[in-house]
Write a protein that binds this ligand. Sequence first.
Ligand code: ADP
Ligand code: MG
Length: 224
Amino acid sequence: MIALELEHVTKDYPGGVAALEDVSLRLREGETVAVVGPSGSGKSTLLHVAGTLELPTAGVVRVAGHDTSGLSDRELSAQRAAHLGFVFQRFFLLEQHSVTDNVALGLLYRGVRAARRRSEAATALERVGLGHRAAHLAARLSGGERQRVAIARAVVGRPAVVFADEPTGNLDSATGAGILGLLGELNADGTTIVVVTHDQRVAEAMGRQVTLLDGHVVGDTCHG
Ligand code: ADP
Ligand code: MG
C-alpha cells in the first residue's frame, strides 16, 4: 500500500524561489526514508508539502490514497490529525505546561475527550521511555527529553506517517542515537518514517535515501 504520494509537485515561494520542481515520490507503508541534500535544497519544503502543512503550487499530494487538492483547511487538518505526525527540529513545547499536557495536545484536533487524551498521552510517554516525567513542566526537561516529548506528541494519535525534520540536529550523539532507536521502534510497529537529516548515521539507518538538489530529486535508492 502507498502511504503517501507526490505527483509532479512544484512549490514556488514569493520572490521567484522554486523550492521544489516536479517532484514525484511514492512512499510505501512501513518504509523508512531519509531526505538528504545541502541546505536550501528543499528538504523542509518537501516535508511541509508532503505533510499538507503547505499547499503545492502545482501537482498532487495523496495521503492514504486520497487526493488532498481541493480540500478545505478544516478537512486538511482533520486528515493530518488522522494520518500524519510531525517532529520539528525546534520542539515547540508549551514550556509552562506538563509533559502530559504537551503530548495530549497532539489529539486536540481529533475530537478526543480530555480524559482519553490524557490516558493516550500516558501511553505515548511510556512508549518513548518518559513515563516517569509525565507530571514535569516541559521547561525543566533536558534536550533529549524534550525531543522525546515531541516524538510522543507526534505519535500519540498513532499516525501512519511520521515526518521528522532534523530530529537529532540539536542533540549530542548519544542522545541522537536514542532518538534514532525510537524511530526504529515506531517503524517496527508499522509506522512510515520520513526524516530530513544532515547526519550520515541517521540517513544510513533508513531503508531509503532521497537526495534533493535545488528543488529536484537527484537521487533515490528506491528501486521498486
Ligand atoms: P532545506 O530544508 O533543504 O534547507 P528549504 O526547504 O527550507 O531547504 O528551502 C528551500 C528554498 O526555499 C530555499 O531557497 C529557501 O530560502 C526557500 N524558502 C523556504 N521557505 C520559504 C518561505 N517561507 N518563503 C520564501 N522562501 C522560502
Ligand atoms: Mg530545512
